[in-house]
Design a protein around this ligand. Structure first.
Ligand code: AMP
Length: 253
């Protein structure tokens, strides 16, 4: 039976009660197979799996995006149970931000590039909430998707910078059959946009350069934010209608 933990006290109580290794998967909910693959990896590597669902307002720089973020707690719980999650932590803002965000983690270099250049303060919000959650959950390992590659790398470097005693485990991007990276935001695509969305992944993969990928996507009518090469990856973000999608691939050539 899954334990539903709604407060820090309940989490602390659960944490004290269990022994063995703990794997942690932090999410914002609206769970899909991408999240499930993180949970499976956590299950494989740990005696206990804790999943958190919290739509973190400090990482949204657009209040409309925060408002429209899908919230599907009932089906999330079903997926969590199916994946053998031991505890689901669903905290409230006031519990996680007793300081009302007077304190934050600031990364001064990489967080300003790529997604950070278009979403001011986004990665500070991400790093702050991840630090809080790691401190509360005290996991042996925490699992993050390569889909959010810049986020993953910033978290890995934060863990090093603050000597956190947790192993960060990267998990490969889970894709739909047509190559579109799974995302909670995909449900907001119109049927027409959903149909052409896989071109994003195809262009990232097959274009000879970042610039060529951008040009091709723009020819297809995508509103491209950025396409850039970094650490042997090609990273990109674009809009299809009002929906912002991100993706990245390893550079093979
Ligand atoms: P989110 O709920 O979007 O904040 O994502 C929670 C975690 O799931 C993050 O570590 C994401 O990188 C990861 N994730 C989201 N989508 C995917 C995907 N398609 N494949 C693998 N991991 C993913």
């Amino acid at each position: 039976m899954i334990s539903i933990l709604r407060t820090i006290e309940e989490l602390n109580h659960f944490r004290q009660k269990i022994s063995g290794t703990v794997g942690f998967v932090p999410t914002m909910g609206a769970l899909h197979e991408g999240h499930a693959s993180l949970l499976r990896q956590a299950r494989k590597q740990s005696d206990h799996v804790i999943l958190s669902i919290f739509v973190n307002p400090t990482q949204f720089n657009d209040s409309k995006d925060l408002e429209n973020y899908p919230r599907t707690l009932e089906t999330d719980q079903i997926l969590a149970e199916r994946e053998g999650v031991d505890a689901l932590f669903i905290p409230q803002y006031n519990d996680l931000y007793p300081d009302h965000y007077l304190y934050e983690v600031i990364e001064k270099k990489w967080s300003h590039l790529f997604c950070g250049a278009y979403r001011e303060g986004h990665f500070n919000g991400v790093l702050t909430i991840v630090l809080k959650l790691l401190n509360l959950v005290q996991p042996h390992s925490a699992f993050f998707g390569e889909k959010d590659y810049q986020q993953l790398r910033l978290i890995q470097e934060m863990v090093k910078a603050f000597f956190l005693k947790v192993q960060i485990v990267p998990v490969e991007t889970c894709r739909e059959a047509d190559g579109l990276a799974m995302s909670s935001r995909n449900v907001r695509l119109t049927p027409k946009d959903r149909q052409r969305a896989p071109l994003f992944h195809q262009c990232l993969k097959s274009a000879p350069s970042a610039q060529a990928a951008r040009q091709k996507l723009e020819e297809h009518g995508f509103r491209v934010e950025y396409i850039e090469d970094w650490e042997n990856r090609r990273l990109g973000a674009l809009y299809l209608g009002a929906v912002r999608l991100i993706d990245n691939v390893k550079i093979e050539h």
